[in-house]
Design a protein around this ligand. Structure first.
Ligand code: Q46
Ligand code: ZN
Ligand code: ZN
Length: 304
């Protein structure tokens, strides 16, 4: 297998692009791909400040690495959820901290949920019977990221979702015809309020094996273990199914996602404009659709 650019031995073949590359050309190709994705969806401008949600995993650290190398002004935020299974949250925090130091001590902050709010995410979920840890976790992470972005005046929140993540979510939403979720699944979610920053996914055209290879070749030290709660997630099953399809027919995942975006652009899932968010939570001050406390504050209110 030879590199399409220089003829040296290729380290990776991307069958969906019919492209084989050597290490040197692959680590240059990945940021190019990300730059094209940022451009294509007008995710952010070069002068905008970006908050990067980092988990310590390969995708978010690869994303942060690429944005730093491309000269963007970024800050990394690690939310320590307090998942203590084999020290998962603390070990992940250590990886992010080490990454920030190795990259010239780029701005970085940790929000420790247990220390700031008095309960870790698993504790909070256990005291709320019937609530899955992941749904509590999602709500907590969204709230904290929005708060940090708004306080810091960031234009956008960037997350490391790759194409495998997006295709798996899409498959799940399609199997259940979750039209409201389908409508909200996009590479860019515009700001819906001055205090709710734009959400962007610059890795959404990259396969998971490509972000993993990039992290490896760049020598990025990341947490290899998945979050212990992810094991139970349906998305793992969907990823496996999509990989089987991909194996038989290279490019299936990419096509599934891109064709969905085209259909979405053509108005297939279009609904009426959502009502503007006019309320403010009396407790935390965040914009909310609810009258009274926002969903995040209600979560803590009801917890004994
Ligand atoms: S971190 Fe949180 Fe994920 Fe872990 S508890 Fe579930 S949602 S799986 S991205
Ligand atoms: Zn080459
Ligand atoms: Zn609130």
């Amino acid at each position: 297998m030879r590199c399409a650019k220089c003829g040296a031995t290729a380290v990776i073949g991307m069958r969906q692009h019919r492209l084989n590359l050597c290490a040197e050309h692959f680590v240059a190709w990945v940021p190019d791909m990300v730059a094209r994705t940022i451009d294509k969806y007008a995710m952010f401008a070069p002068n905008e400040r970006i908050l990067v949600a980092v988990s310590g995993g390969k995708d978010s650290l690869a994303l942060w690495d690429i944005l730093i190398r491309q000269g963007y002004e970024t800050e990394g935020v690690y939310i320590n959820l307090g998942i203590d299974h084999e020290g998962y949250s603390d070990a992940s925090e250590d990886k992010v901290r080490a990454f920030a130091e190795e990259h010239g001590s780029v701005p970085f902050r940790v929000v420790n949920v247990g220390e700031v709010y008095g309960k870790t995410v698993p504790d909070l979920a256990h005291t709320r019977r019937g609530k899955r840890v992941c749904s509590v976790c999602g709500l907590v992470k969204r709230h904290i990221m929005n708060r940090v972005a708004s306080e810091g005046g960031y234009a956008a929140i960037a997350t490391g979702h790759n194409l495998d993540d997006e295709a798996a979510t899409l498959l799940g939403n399609t199997l259940h015809w979750q039209s409201a979720y389908l409508l909200r699944q996009a590479p860019v979610l515009p700001e819906t309020h001055p205090r709710l920053a734009r959400k962007v996914k610059p890795l959404c055209h990259l396969y998971e094996r490509e972000t993993a290879a990039y992290a490896l070749l760049r020598g990025i030290d990341y947490v290899e273990e998945e979050c212990p709660y992810a094991v139970k997630a349906k998305s793992i099953v969907y990823k496996g199914l999509l990989n089987q399809l991909e194996h038989r027919s290279p490019g299936t995942k990419l096509q599934f996602y891109l064709e969905y975006l085209h259909a979405r652009e053509d108005g297939l899932f279009r609904q009426e404009e959502p009502a503007p968010i006019e309320n403010t939570c009396p407790q935390c001050g965040q914009p909310t659709m609810a009258t009274g406390l926002c969903a995040f504050c209600r979560l803590w209110e009801k917890t004994p």
